[in-house]
Design a protein around this ligand. Structure first.
Ligand SMILES: Cc1cc2nc3c(=O)[nH]c(=O)nc-3n(C[C@H](O)[C@H](O)[C@H](O)COP(=O)(O)OP(=O)(O)OC[C@H]3O[C@@H](n4cnc5c(N)ncnc54)[C@H](O)[C@@H]3O)c2cc1C
Length: 500
């Protein structure tokens, strides 16, 4: 690569990683961020002695995934914390809850990052024996063998984690529901995988691509390292930006790009909200595909590219309620918890489409102080409870009601909250949209759904010479932040190898 003057838009995991990589490779890099702080949807802010993530985060591979690879290239990166057991599985006591009657607390099982770890195996067995969770392994094996033939079943299992035969390409046009419903009739089995697809891609299973899900399952199971960066999620982009500055690049926060300048089909720089023109021969945007098109002007793009971009859909949202406590959480020993509602796996996320409020919700809760005690004041704690919600801002009233229910359920799952909560803070879809600069409050970016994933996923290259996309919208695969970092890594390697 000859030396370029590179302008990177956005400081989330995608933009910060790409800026660090390009600066390390000797290019002149300037990163512009519209917010007064860096990190995008993966930032952490200080508040009365707590360091709190803007969202609710957990990382599937940490140093063993793209973050680790980038850190090794640029010589700097976050340090990671993991715990065993890694998470608590909270299983609904009944799923039914009538007005005035307190919902049962349900049952809790602790799990390790690896499903084959003795802690996980023992607790799976405990849940089965006590009747809390019937995964139906035997009936599933019988149904799967009948469906695929014994040879097909064994071959599927063997190829699952084998990178030489990427199953995920073969499965990119099948949705998660179609794949799993063919293999099993067991509600707990199906609910587990539907919830996993929601947790990792923030999509209901009839939209989520099985190819992408197979990749996520195989790569996270191979790493078996649920973890979290010391210093909070914001430590990831912050460490990449330190690497950027160390190698001579610069970061300008509170500097919004209002236009990408294009001259005869080639970028020549950007103009900021204040009207400053910053020249550059390469502009790499993590503002999202559609926002990037707006910034460059629709006239600059071929009509078929615009039609395709306009038709892409985004992931759903994760909204959150944060509890600030004056004592330690006592009903969970692990850093995070997944609550499985006692609802049918076929309807548990219907509310995302039909606007209803279900009886119970799937919840993802983290207590970051259990990964890194320095994030909370001595003797205090913080619990962040996330719930899937529709990403459209038009559905904000429904999202408010979902968060009310999530808050109510949190007091049942963590009874100690009642006496220990000193403040509560909410993150709704409007907050996420303001954070990322996107039109909706989507959690991830462009949805990893059938028709938009694998070989059909938007690529980093655009029809405008010198204009590229990085981040969760284009070019990568995996879970949220790791997909954004993977996108940066792939574009960096493509440019380095001289691919057009
Ligand atoms: C509540 C919540 C929970 C989540 N949980 C997880 C999780 O557990 N694990 C996980 O891996 N992922 C999780 N994610 C998803 C993850 O945070 C995103 O997928 C990831 O941050 C996307 O990275 P990005 O770099 O593509 O974009 P972003 O992080 O959105 O960064 C884009 C940046 O571009 C800036 N920008 C936009 N327009 C302009 C402009 N015109 N000028 C200058 N700057 C601009 C924005 O201000 C922003 O800082 C979660 C997200 C949310 C909201």
């Amino acid at each position: 690569m000859s030396s370029h003057k590179v302008i990177v838009i956005g400081s989330g995991p995608g933009g910060s990683a790409f800026a660090a990589l390009m600066s390390h490779a000797g290019h002149h890099v300037t990163l512009l961020e519209k917010n007064a702080f860096v990190g995008g949807k993966c930032s952490s802010l200080s508040r009365d002695g707590y360091i709190v993530d803007t969202g609710v985060h957990m990382f599937g591979r940490g140093p063993l995934g793209p973050f680790g690879e980038i850190s090794r290239i640029v010589g700097m990166g976050p340090s990671w914390s993991a715990a065993t057991p890694a998470f608590t599985l909270s299983l609904s006591g009944a799923g039914k809850h009538t007005a005035g009657q307190k919902r049962p607390h349900g049952h809790k099982l602790e799990m390790a990052s690896s499903i084959t770890h003795p802690v996980s195996l023992l607790n799976f067995l405990r849940g089965h024996v006590r009747g809390w969770q019937k995964m139906g392994w035997a009936s599933t094996a019988v149904k799967a063998s009948r469906e695929l033939g014994l040879g097909g079943f064994i071959s599927l299992a063997r190829r699952f984690g084998d990178h030489r035969y990427p199953l995920y390409c073969e499965l990119q046009d099948i949705c998660v529901r179609e794949f799993f419903a063919k293999l099993s009739d067991a509600d707990d089995f199906l609910r587990t995988f539907h919830a996993q697809a929601m947790l990792t891609m923030v999509l209901p299973w009839h939209r989520a691509s099985m190819g992408e899900f197979a990749y996520i399952l195989a790569s996270t199971m191979q790493a078996s390292l649920l973890c979290y960066p010391r210093g909070g999620s914001g430590a990831i982009p912050a460490s990449f930006l330190r690497a950027l500055e160390k190698s001579g690049g610069s970061v300008r926060a509170a500097c919004e790009v209002a236009g990408i300048e294009v001259d005869r089909g080639r970028v020549c720089g950007v103009t900021t909200r204040e009207g400053e023109f910053i020249p550059g021969d390469m502009v790499v945007s993590s503002a999202g595909l559609r926002r990037t098109v707006e910034l460059a002007g629709r006239d600059a793009f071929p009509v078929d590219y615009l039609a395709w971009a306009d038709g892409l859909s985004d992931s759903e949202a994760f909204i959150a309620v944060k509890f600030f406590l004056d004592r330690k959480i006592s009903s969970m020993r692990t850093p995070c918890l997944l609550h499985m509602p006692g609802l049918s796996p076929h309807t548990m996320f219907d509310y995302l489409q039909d606007g209803s409020i279900p009886e119970e919700l799937f919840l993802f809760a983290t207590a970051p102080g259990n990964w890194d005690p320095s994030l909370v004041p001595p003797g205090g704690d913080c619990l962040i409870v996330g719930v899937p919600a529709p990403s459209s801002l038009d559905r904000a009233p429904q999202a408010e009601c979902l968060l009310d229910l999530a808050e109510e359920m949190s007091y049942d799952i963590f009874p100690e909250l009642a006496g220990a909560t000193v403040a509560v803070e909410r993150v709704l879809t409007g907050d996420v949209s303001r954070l990322s600069g996107r039109a909706a409050g989507d959690c991830i970016g462009i949805a990893q759904e059938v028709g938009q994933s694998g070989s059909r996923r938007p690529q980093s290259h655009t029809p405008i010479r010198g204009l590229f996309l990085v981040g969760a919208d284009a070019g990568g695969r995996g879970i949220g932040t790791e997909m954004a970092a993977d996108s940066a890594l792939r574009l960096y390697h493509q440019l380095k190898d001289g691919q057009p």
